[in-house]
Design a protein around this ligand. Structure first.
Ligand code: ATP
Length: 284
């Protein structure tokens, strides 16, 4: 039997860091939602008890360093499954981009193997397993739109934002999330974004207030390290996006756009100097 799972990319509408904890993790408040740019996973049972990963993307690990491999191993060990699986990753989400591609693949693997092996694991258990793999994985298991707190693993489902276009642009640099958090100092942040204001804007369904309350404190690190990310933000604003923000630890910048007529102008303007530009919809 063969099954398929979609692994969509996430964007952060808001990312705030409250403090560094004693365990080394950061206490965060994030509002995350999914966009219609997705990896596609194909999973097939193997006649022998092993995990095999393949992908057309030449630049990701295909061994136990791959997050889909780690997810398969975790679910196999925890539920004592003595079966093997072959997972093919059709990568569409750019890697190390701040779009949680690896986390979403891990989450899709958990959902998919739950089905393939008929394990009937409830969603909250899958989320707990996901939290062992990475802070963004539980959100990727559930999808939708959520407020994430703690180190990102505590989730509260909220309304989806109103439908709009999302233009994503990734400059040709790879950013390590661990490196960005390593350089981040809460004391450097003069003004934190308002989680309450963003939650209010979403619950009212106000597109303009959502655009007005976008915020990501990690921009203070990534924009300082890579001026091209700042230039990309400024270009997207100049080209007429309604709201612009860096996603996660970057370097991908996204622009929210309500009017279709504006989208192609922004896309064409960015394509002049940035190779990786995507026009997608919010997944609502
Ligand atoms: P986040 O927003 O959660 O920080 P990201 O989008 O910045 O994630 P990923 O695309 O998840 O970053 O990749 C981060 C690292 O994880 C890369 O260095 C990559 O080699 C490794 N990796 C492991 N498994 C995968 C996978 N299935 N897809 C992409 N990268 C993976």
């Amino acid at each position: 039997m063969k099954i398929y799972e979609k692994a969509p990319a996430k964007i952060n509408l808001l990312l705030d860091v409250l403090r560094k904890r004693e365990d080394g993790f950061h206490e965060v408040e994030m509002i995350m939602t999914m966009v219609d740019l997705a990896d596609r996973l194909e999973m097939e049972e193997l006649p022998r008890d092993s995990i095999m990963i393949s992908s057309q993307a030449g630049y990701i690990p295909l061994d136990e360093k791959n997050l889909a491999f780690q997810a398969a191993k975790l679910i196999k060990d925890r539920y004592d499954v003595r079966k093997g699986v072959y997972i093919h990753l059709d990568k569409k989400i750019p890697v190390a981009a701040g779009l949680a591609g690896g986390s979403s693949d891990a989450a899709a693997t958990l959902r998919g193997l739950n089905r393939l092996w008929g394990l009937n694991i409830p969603q909250d258990e899958l989320c707990k397993l996901g939290a062992e793999l990475g802070s963004d994985v539980p959100f990727c298991v559930t999808g939708g739109t959520a407020l994430a707190t703690g180190r990102g693993e505590r989730l509260e489902r909220i309304d989806n934002p109103p439908q709009c276009w999302v233009v994503l642009a990734k400059p040709p640099i790879n950013v390590s999330t661990a490196d960005v958090y390593g350089r981040f100092r809460v004391s450097d942040i003069k003004e934190h974004p308002s989680t309450a204001a963003m939650l209010g804007a979403i619950s009212r369904g106000s597109f303009s207030d959502i655009c007005g309350n976008l915020g990501n404190v990690l921009e203070s690190v990534t924009l300082g390290l890579y001026p091209e990310v700042l230039q990309l933000k400024e270009s997207m604003e100049r080209l007429g996006a309604d709201g612009v923000l860096m996603s996660g630890s970057g370097p991908t910048v996204f622009g929210l756009v309500s009017k279709e007529a504006k989208v192609s102008r922004i896309y064409n303007g960015l394509r002049g100097f940035c190779k990786e530009v995507y026009v997608v919809r919010m997944l609502t």
